[in-house]
Design a protein around this ligand. Structure first.
Ligand SMILES: Cc1cc2nc3c(=O)[nH]c(=O)nc-3n(C[C@H](O)[C@H](O)[C@H](O)COP(=O)(O)OP(=O)(O)OC[C@H]3O[C@@H](n4cnc5c(N)ncnc54)[C@H](O)[C@@H]3O)c2cc1C
Length: 378
């Protein structure tokens, strides 16, 4: 996005990427449909960021959800907005958009150098490891967009943070975000691996959401869990409401109906509509807390689901941490390095899934690009 902005202003741009092909994480994001942005008012979007909200605000106002949609449509992508406002290409993948984007960049004269790993020099002499050995390049303006630290095999391995730290720049340690939970399930859970817990309420610390989670061999995944990332990362209890449409009183009243000779599982299914997966989680987590109907109702409405840890960076969708905004001026320029700018997930912000991640990357990319053009224009 930065390259596009600068090249459109008439400057020559060279992009250097450590990997053999460009935008591997963008392509991976396409595997789940490529949620490009959120079709909501700009201020609501800004308010959804967990961290870095104030610093991101002007970038997102400058390139908001409507701008993201217009940009993607201009690259030939028909889009649709899902029921919760999430925007996707109708193709539900990233490759057609990426192909059109790379063709546009090539048409603008942008040179893409793959297998060039930057390893030293913040502005001035920039040192790269390349298939032809070590190479040095200089440019009048430099933009870093080296990514966060999740899914390191896709290219963004976070190693840049060590180079920045050696140069005296502050770094907030990386932490997994939008990650699953690791749970120590008993054998009884095995037959439910892969099954969704639909339409549940989830809370951790001050965060509350409604959504879905999927039971997996190792624990729990899914949008409902990701929405609680900051609280779960700091060890808050996960509390699940298995029936968020019913009050505790409703559940108690229904449990008071005559059970006759029905098995408990049939009874729970009939009077409460609790499916087999929800019942399995209830039995797994509330064994000792179900002696009376009142205990049972309480467990159904506020089930504490124990977890041993959160998933680590290798499989988290995004990472928190990175370069703090304090090291940057309002235009994403490094304070102590004139002509050097930073953009994307390498900056220290954090957001839920829902298109917020790419939106912040696009917006900061455009902002850093415009700032670099202003700098080059003197
Ligand atoms: C499975 C998955 C699904 C996702 N789905 C969505 C989604 O639907 N919607 C959404 O908004 N977000 C999604 N994301 C997050 C989104 O993809 C990222 O936030 C976004 O790609 C970050 O963009 P970036 O340009 O900052 O960094 P990256 O896309 O990580 O790009 C950084 C680039 O820098 C290169 N690089 C790193 N170090 C060096 C170096 N030393 N020298 C040279 N090159 C280097 C890397 O090779 C890489 O190409 C998803 C992420 C994952 C992992």
């Amino acid at each position: 996005m930065t390259a596009e902005t600068i090249a459109q202003a008439g400057y020559q741009v060279d992009v250097f990427d450590a990997k053999p092909t460009a935008a591997r994480k963008f392509l991976m994001a396409g595997k789940s449909g490529l949620n490009l942005t959120m079709n909501r008012p700009t201020e609501d979007i800004i308010a959804a960021y967990w961290d870095g909200r104030d610093a991101l605000a002007s970038a997102i106002r400058g390139f908001d959800a409507q701008a993201v949609m217009g940009w993607a449509e201009n690259l030939g992508q028909s889009l649709f907005t899902g029921p919760t406002g999430r925007v996707f290409p109708k193709a539900m993948k990233a490759s057609p958009l990426l192909r059109a984007w790379l063709a546009r960049l090539s048409g603008l004269g942008v040179n893409l150098h793959t297998r060039w790993r930057w390893r030293d020099g913040i502005g001035g002499d920039m040192v790269f490891d390349t298939p032809q050995g070590g190479q040095t390049r200089r440019a009048p303006a430099v933009i870093f967009a080296l990514g966060g630290a999740s899914w390191p095999d896709l290219g963004s391995d976070g190693n840049w943070a060590n180079i920045f730290a050696s140069a005296g720049l502050p770094i907030t340690p990386f932490a997994p975000s939008n990650m699953g939970l690791i749970c120590d399930w008993s054998v009884h859970m095995q037959r439910h691996f892969g099954a969704p817990l639909k339409s549940i309420g989830l809370s951790a610390g001050d965060l509350h959401t409604r959504g879905e989670a999927v039971l997996t061999k190792t624990g729990l995944e899914g949008g409902g869990i990701y929405m609680l990332s900051p609280a779960l990362r700091s060890g808050a209890d996960l509390i699940v409401d298995l029936l968020p449409d019913l009050s505790l009183g409703d559940v108690q009243n229904r449990l008071a109906r005559p059970r006759a000779k029905q098995s408990q599982s049939n009874f729970l299914r009939k009077v409460l509509g609790l499916d087999a997966v929800k019942q399995a989680l209830l039995m797994e987590c509330a064994k000792r807390a179900m002696h009376t109907p009142a205990d049972l109702a309480q467990s159904i409405k506020a089930l504490r689901v124990p977890y041993t840890a959160v998933q680590g960076l290798p499989r988290a969708i995004s990472s928190a941490g990175g370069l703090p905004f304090a090291a940057l001026d309002a235009n994403l320029g490094l304070r102590d390095h004139p002509g050097v700018f930073c953009a994307g997930e390498m900056l220290d912000w954090d957001a839920p899934t829902g298109g917020y991640l790419l939106t912040a990357c696009f917006a900061t990319g455009v902002m850093a690009g415009k700032a670099a053009v202003d700098y080059l224009n003197g």
